[in-house]
Design a protein around this ligand. Structure first.
Ligand code: HEM
Length: 500
């Protein structure tokens, strides 16, 4: 630091100092509003060229899936959802599983989670859901009562709550968890015909989940264990691998099913809609710089390529608006120009300007004066379509209504019965831990949902709550039964010291 004499004061002409500190003052960008804590890695996707026994081209013309053995580079970001950028990786929370495929037709982002379903099915509820799950606006502490206040009044969440409060709510790490696209998408073939599709990632490493107690023990010694596990596995050449499987369904309402195929709170039963392997993904390179690659990575459900499409799932449409919107806020208007987000295939557009524009998306030989279309003077022309356009017929009244087939608890009951006994015991113990200090009306609503799902599930939750101490505080990380004792423990265990 340049100063008047070596004891100071400093002066304002101290340009090197001012530059360094002002850059430091701006080292952070806004944190993701959800999924702030994450880890990423590079790798590749290799297609099998088939979907089960059929050539994949029967269902989709997306180039990434054609030609068995073809590899496409990918970048993956795993995350937890609710807490901030350096929060513990042992929390009871869904895990994000976002994959960016740098395909020969531009980028495709498959922005999924580890669990295969979701809490809500209408995008307008998402901000309320996130507010209820995030720390209380007054105390800044996560609160099980607020979580269950929202969930008990949103019965469509019960299936997801059943997974989240079981050991499936704390995956052992990122390598040993599944992934899922969750929402229903479409595949479109060369003739412009579409099918509904759900995506699943299955880890070759196997699946491992933790009990609440085991997670607490790991967290006591290290709260970054999942990031460390992923980084170290790749460093030692033990590359994690997932197989990508799809479930397909014809694109209609399927009145024969007791759920709506567009309802993201439901699983598609595997016996009716078999999982068809379509390729595998290997992660084999760590990021060189966390901020450049992982923090600035921007995924979005709208980022699709030819042969892939949206379904009419209204959650998906809500998401599709939200992602690119938040990234213009979080990373900036030209976030797609950053190397981690830019397609490897050259893309030409007439978009220009905005903060931090680094280059123009011009085509080779394009007349630089012509930044509009149409023109006869050497500007851009629309790319030719590779197949028959998919033109679904959409008509109906504009309404504010929920979907017809709610069936909120049946699959939760199926899931409960499929759990092993230790998973059921964990589920009940974790639910009781958070519900016991909650308002009695919320407890009753949750018991009613459990009873509707499965007689035994309801009975065990009711009994558990009847025998639990009903006092205490619900202000603690989700599922931590004795978490509210932490402030008192710290006072009791703390060692006295004299001021110095
Ligand atoms: C309407 C419902 C939803 C809305 C509005 C929404 C919105 C958001 C927003 C604003 C972000 C932060 C993105 C960023 O700053 O880069 C985000 C991240 C994320 N969301 Fe959602 N989300 C919704 C539902 C879901 C669902 C159902 C899933 C699972 C399939 C999901 C998976 C993710 C993942 C994995 C990330 C982190 C992406 C990354 O690693 O950068 N979200 N979401």
């Amino acid at each position: 630091m340049r100063t008047v004499g070596n004891r100071g004061p400093a002066t304002l002409e101290n340009y090197d100092f001012i530059e360094k500190i002002s850059h430091f003052d701006r080292e952070r960008i806004p944190e993701r509003v959800v999924h702030a804590r994450g880890a990423g890695a590079h790798g590749y996707f290799e297609t099998y060229g088939t979907a089960g026994n059929d050539p994949v081209s029967k269902y989709t013309r997306a180039k990434i899936f054609q030609d068995k053995g073809k590899q496409t580079p990918v970048f993956v970001r795993f995350s937890s959802v609710i807490h901030g950028g350096h929060s513990p990786e042992t929390l009871r929370d869904p895990r994000g599983f976002a994959v960016k495929f740098y395909t020969e037709d531009g980028n495709w982002d498959l922005v999924g989670n580890n669990l295969k379903i979701f809490f809500i099915r209408d995008a307008i509820k998402f901000p309320d859901m996130v507010h209820a799950f995030k720390p209380d606006p007054v105390t800044n502490i996560q609160d099980g009562e607020r979580f269950f206040d929202f969930c008990s009044n949103s019965p469509e969440s019960f299936h997801m709550v059943t997974f989240l409060y079981s050991p499936w709510g704390i995956p052992a790490n990122y390598r040993m968890m599944q992934g899922s696209g969750v929402n229903t998408y479409k595949w479109v073939n060369q003739s412009g015909e579409a099918v509904l599709v759900k995506y699943h990632w299955e880890p070759k490493q196997g699946i491992k989940n933790l009990t609440q107690k085991e997670a607490g023990e790991i967290q006591a010694s290290n709260f970054n264990h999942a990031t460390q596990d992923l980084y170290q596995a790749i460093e030692r050449g033990d590359y994690p691998e997932w197989e990508l499987l799809v479930q397909l369904m014809s694109d209609d309402e399927h009145p024969e099913l007791d759920f709506d195929p567009l309802d993201d709170t439901k699983l598609w039963p595997e016996d009716q809609f078999p999982w068809l392997p379509v390729g595998k993904m290997v992660l084999n390179r760590n990021p060189e710089d966390y901020f450049t690659e992982v923090e600035q990575a921007a995924f979005g459900t709208g980022v699709l390529v030819d042969g892939l499409d949206f379904s009419d799932d209204k959650m998906l449409q809500g998401r599709t608006f939200s992602y690119s919107d938040t990234q213009r806020h979080r990373v900036g208007a030209n976030y797609l120009q950053l190397p981690i987000n830019a397609p490897k295939k050259h893309v030409a557009t007439n978009q220009s300007g905005g903060q931090m524009q680094y280059r123009l998306d011009r085509a080779p030989g394009q007349n630089p004066h012509i930044n509009y279309e149409p023109s006869t003077l050497g500007g851009l022309r629309e790319a030719e379509r590779s197949g028959t356009e998919y033109t679904p017929l959409i008509e109906g009244k504009l309404v504010r209504e929920t979907i017809e087939r709610h069936n909120n608890t049946k699959q939760a009951g199926d899931t409960y019965r499929k759990f092993e006994e230790w998973e059921r015991a964990e589920l009940i113990s974790n639910l009781v831990g958070d519900l016991a200090p909650s308002d009695k009306r919320i407890q009753d609503k949750m018991i009613a949902l459990a009873e509707e799902a499965d007689e035994e599930y309801g009975r065990r939750l009711r009994d558990g709550l009847a025998h639990a101490f009903q006092g205490g505080s619900s202000q603690k990380p989700l599922g931590n039964k004795d978490g509210d004792k932490a402030p008192e423990q710290a006072v009791r265990k703390g060692h006295e010291a004299e001021p110095y």
